[in-house]
Design a protein. Structure first.
Length: 320
């Protein structure tokens, strides 16, 4: 028996058709979702790049990478030093706290998380990193005229008396009498430090020996490799407490004129005017609301001898 063709039409089961339509719809929906997500990520990325490109080169780098690289010489308590916490070597000091505080300030300011990457290096290394644009920030530098040619600086946040440290058993020697002005005395100084320049102006007849770190200076004095050493007063107090054979000869201490050395500032690679303005805003804020004092107090408490706190409280002579 013949089965007639119905006008050549092919009929598909209704259920199969619905399944194919659902699969097609689901695939299109997934593709659309993926496209929307991709576009959203691209827009966020472009937005961050655009935001960064609106700023100076260093701030742009910080915002693009989400990281602020800080160059520090961590051998100068209570500013920057190593301590043991929970059995691990940890960086401490009020300028270490300042790096994290400034990063938090920038994070809040620009609505994006900024982490801190601290590079511990020699003091000459800090200066070289700034000049070579290999870091974003460095604390504890005086804004001398010479440095301003290659770096930008915030307002100063700290200033201390410059002292001469000697062996205690040599305090009565003729060469250390103030009227002799350290003539012929070998005195160590930190290489690259502005205090070496001002020391030589104050004591032109002394012989200056440049060393790479403060611990190197301490060893040189203790072992009679030099007659004396130049130190910031706060650090000098700590090393003399840790080394009873050493003492500060306050008869030889001197203050640097403010116009020559306005005090410690945050330093940035040249061309960072916008970042400097932000740093000034933040420093003004933390000095007025007590945060800076808290940083100093926490740094002292991180040292093994908290009783030093009373001595430290009167030594910040900025503004006097």
């Amino acid at each position: 028996m013949r089965i007639p063709l119905l006008c050549g039409r092919v009929y598909v089961a209704q259920g199969d058709l619905h399944k194919k339509e659902r699969r097609t719809y689901t695939m299109k929906k997934k593709m659309l979702s993926t496209l929307v997500l991709t576009l959203a990520l691209v827009l966020v990325l472009l937005s961050n790049i655009a935001m960064a490109d609106e700023h100076c080169a260093v701030l742009s780098r910080i915002l693009k990478t989400g990281k602020m690289t800080a160059a520090l010489n961590c051998q100068a308590p209570p500013w920057r030093f190593h301590t043991i916490k929970n059995g691990e070597d940890t960086l401490a000091g009020f300028e270490v706290s300042m790096m994290y505080g400034f990063a938090d300030f920038l994070s809040e300011k620009f609505g994006t998380e900024i982490k801190v990457d601290i590079q511990d290096m020699t003091f000459p290394g800090v200066l070289a990193a700034l000049q070579a644009d290999q870091c974003d920030i460095a604390p504890s530098l005086a804004a001398t005229a010479e440095r301003r040619e290659n770096m930008d600086f915030s307002i100063p946040y700290h200033r201390s008396l410059q002292t001469i440290v000697i062996r205690a058993d040599r305090k009565d020697e003729e060469i250390f009498k103030p009227e002799n002005m350290l003539k012929g005395v070998t005195v160590s100084g930190l290489q690259g430090s502005s205090t070496v320049v001002t020391f030589s102006e104050h004591y032109p007849d002394a012989e200056v020996i440049l060393l790479d770190s403060n611990p190197d200076q301490v060893l040189a004095i203790a072992n009679d490799k030099v007659d004396a050493g130049i130190f910031n007063e706060k650090y000098a107090i700590l090393i003399c407490k840790a080394n009873p054979d050493l003492m500060i000869d306050y008869d030889l201490a001197y203050d640097i004129p403010v116009e020559r050395d306005p005090g410690s500032s945050l330093a940035f690679p040249k061309g960072s005017e916008e970042l400097v303005a932000l740093a000034d805003e933040w420093l003004t804020q933390i000095k007025s609301d007590g945060t800076f004092t808290n940083y100093e107090t926490e740094a002292i408490m991180d040292l093994d001898d908290p009783s030093v706190l009373e001595q430290f409280s009167t030594l910040n002579i900025l503004g006097k």
